[in-house]
Every structure is written in structure tokens, then in C-alpha cells.
Design a protein around this ligand. Sequence first.
Ligand code: NAD
Length: 323
Amino acid sequence: MAAPPSNLELRPLGNTGLKVSSVGFGASPLGSVFGPVSEDEAIASVREAFRRGINFFDTSPYYGGTLSEKMLGKGLKALGVPRNEYIVSTKCGRYIEGFDFSAERVTKSIDESLERLQLDYVDILQCHDIEFGSLDQIVNETIPALQKLKEAGKIRFIGITGLPLEIFTYVLDRVPRGAVDVVLSYCHYSINDSTLEDLLPYLKSKGVAVISASPLAMGLLTENGPPEWHPASPELKSACRAAATYCKEKGKSITKLALQYSLSNKDISTVLVGMNSVAQVEENVGAAIELSTFGKDQQTLAKIEAILSPVKNQTWPSGTQKS
Ligand code: NAD
């Protein structure tokens, strides 16, 4: 299947030379972490995403205990297109059994991921949720191990991911320039929490590309609400529910508004949204195209921002930090 022309915007991924679609396909839902997804649905979602211009797919061995990588691998294979037509990122160091950022484990991990994804290389390998490990180990051991994987041709670029924003400055201030190509931040560039914005000039100055994930705040900004395991406080959940209800009453889509909000900042290379159905792919790509044609719905957005203002920038503890 050749990718047909698409109106979905492509943006440069920092200094990597890659051009990624503004909407990226978050494959954690393919690991059934937001509810069960059949193999047929997973494959159809990947196919529809590619058909509509999404060229960037993100997964991890952690999502669904390797299920997401396997499903994504099947979906990508079914596309039947040359490997250089899509960009794949996976992660290392976080597994269903726990965290292990040792050089030995991450070196083994990439081979396991490549097998599940049915690929010869991934474009980006990211250290997954580094706040749960020792940041000094990430700097001194994990990133140098990933550098060797780069030299071996198993990965093209190196990234780090996590929730607390200070982990990124800690690492980037301690590694040589160019050692980290990409950071993936999540839940910090959504209508309810936009704290990533303040870090963007710093990341640009370090020559690092920015991937922003979870524009729907991992389900908080959806009509169906978040999954059971969502770590937000009861106040944050309730404010987001009120925002979703307001949108529904006005005949507006909270997910569309939320995704468009995240997509508006062009210093962010790609916004990763988790998708597990053809309908969600259609809606999310449609939201991006509508944004580039008509701009944001400022009036409804202002109302939603007002509803969420009591919980603005509220987050939750993650990793070994104290709450
Ligand atoms: P998200 O904010 O993208 O929300 C996903 C949820 O919204 C899922 O339940 C999905 O089915 C639903 N959804 C998507 N489009 C919808 C639509 N149009 N209408 C209604 N519901 C819709 O959260 P996420 O999936 O956690 O984040 C996106 C991706 O980013 C992940 O899949 C993963 O690839 C990546 N991510 C990485 C990290 C990390 O590295 N630490 C953390 C979070 C997310």
C-alpha cells in the first residue's frame, strides 16, 4: 500500500533529519492498556493511520507486557511498504517485571524489541521513564550503551522519556551535545497542564527534538474518561469530567479541542496520541487538518480553560521522587 498524498503536516524532528507527522500514533492502546483491542482492530488502525499521513509510531516493551510491540509489528508489516516510509520508536529499561537501565539489559532489550516488531532497526530507542532509575546511570551507562547500538545500526537515534520535567535538564546538562537526540515528555502540554512550554527554549538550545505525548492527558480529556489506573487526583479527574460534560452539552468534542491545543505549538515536532480504532484515527487526523485550515475554536477553548483553571498544571508524583 503506497501512502496517498495527505494534508497532514510534517515537521522536522530536531536535528535528526527526519520529518515526522504532526500527529504521531501512540501504540500503548494496542497493548490493551485502555481496554481490550483485537488484532484485526489494531492492524486496521495502523493501516488507517498510515493511509491518512501518519508516519510516526511509538511503542514500548512495557505496554501490555510486549503486546503493543507485537501488534504494531503486525500492523506495520501488513502495510507492505518500504521500511523508510515510516518512523518507529520503542523504548528500553521499563518492563512489566520492573525497571532495569543496565547496559546489559538494554542491549538485550533492543534485539527482543526488533524481533517482536519484525524490524531490522528502529529509528529511535528511548530510555523509558528514567525517573524510576538512577539518572547518573542513565548518563554514564545507559546512553553510552545506546550509542553502541547506534554504531551497530540497530537504532538511528537516542531518546529519554519521563514525567517530571527536571529529569531532562539533569541528563542533558551532563551528556555531550548530540548524545541525546530526542526527549519525550507526556501530560505536560495539554489544556490542563502546559508546563512543558517553559522548557522548550532550553531543549532547543541543546539541539534536542521534542515529542509531546498524551494530549488527552491519558484519557482525562475524553468523553469516556480515564482508565481505572489513572494517577490524577480526584479534583483533577472531576474538573476534566466537568470540561468534557460542558463540551458534550455544547455539541463540541473535548478530544478535538485538546489535540488541537497540543498541536498548536510548532516547537513540538509531533504530538503522540494513543489510538486503538479506525474511528479515532479519522477523528484525530481530521482535527489536525481542521486546525491548519481554520485555527483553534478560541471561544470554547477559553471556556474549557476557565473550567480547568483551579487544577491548572496540577500533576502527580512519578518515580523515586518524594511526593
Ligand atoms: P492520550 O492522551 O493520547 O489518550 C489516549 C486515550 O484516548 C486512549 O484511551 C484512546 O483510545 C483515547 N482516544 C484517542 N483518540 C480519541 C478520540 N478521537 N476520541 C475519544 N478517545 C480517544 O494518552 P496515551 O495513549 O497515554 O499517550 C499517547 C502515546 O504517547 C502512548 O500511546 C505512548 O506511545 C506515548 N507515551 C509515552 C510515555 C512515556 O514514554 N513515558 C508516557 C505516555 C505516553
